[in-house]
Design a protein around this ligand. Structure first.
Ligand SMILES: [Zn+2]
Length: 167
């Protein structure tokens, strides 16, 4: 249901959005002190966020079952590769940044095509709230929110992804 050409269009759209917002990008190195022990300095230095008034709706989503029901205007954040977008009212929300950084790692470990294909197929099959990639991001974000001890999020995500892929 999710075609290769659709994934290509999404990747092109993500690149274009990144270029258009380049001057407003903040390196996640700004979050180092908050995420020390969770995310490496290298990852935070290579990742950026952009504060937006509204999450931009990705193209072609209305053609997919379930996905077409997602209301991107109600989203607080959206991750596209090494850049994520957060709405202005949530720009100081650290658990949200933490959540989006889980998606950054998922994207990095699965590759753009692998992430987008799996993510969309999961939403089609399970719905947004029960999509395994979302559950992983919400669970890890929640652990941070309740004040857990620092843990290496990248190796945790790597392990959880291999469990998902095997199952
Ligand atoms: Zn998410």
């Amino acid at each position: 249901m999710v075609s290769g050409s659709m994934i290509g269009s999404l990747e092109a759209w993500a690149r274009q959005l990144k270029e258009e917002t380049a001057s407003r990008r903040t390196a996640c190195a700004a979050l180092n002190e908050h995420f020390h022990g969770f995310y490496s300095k290298e990852l935070l230095a290579k990742t950026s966020f952009v504060v937006v008034d509204r999450i931009p709706p990705p193209p072609l989503m209305d053609t997919l079952p379930q996905v077409s029901r997602l209301d991107f205007s109600k989203f607080s954040g959206l991750t596209l590769g090494d850049t994520y977008y957060v709405v202005r009212s949530e720009a100081q929300n650290l658990p949200l940044h933490f959540h989006e950084l889980v998606h950054v790692l998922q994207w990095k470990l699965l590759t753009a095509r692998g992430f987008l294909t799996r993510y969309l197929n999961e939403v089609i099959e399970h719905g947004y709230h029960d999509a395994p990639l979302e559950i992983m991001a919400y669970d890890l974000g929640h652990q941070f929110e309740v004040g857990c001890l620092p843990f290496d999020v990248e190796s945790t995500v790597r392990q959880k992804l291999s469990d998902i892929i095997k199952s």
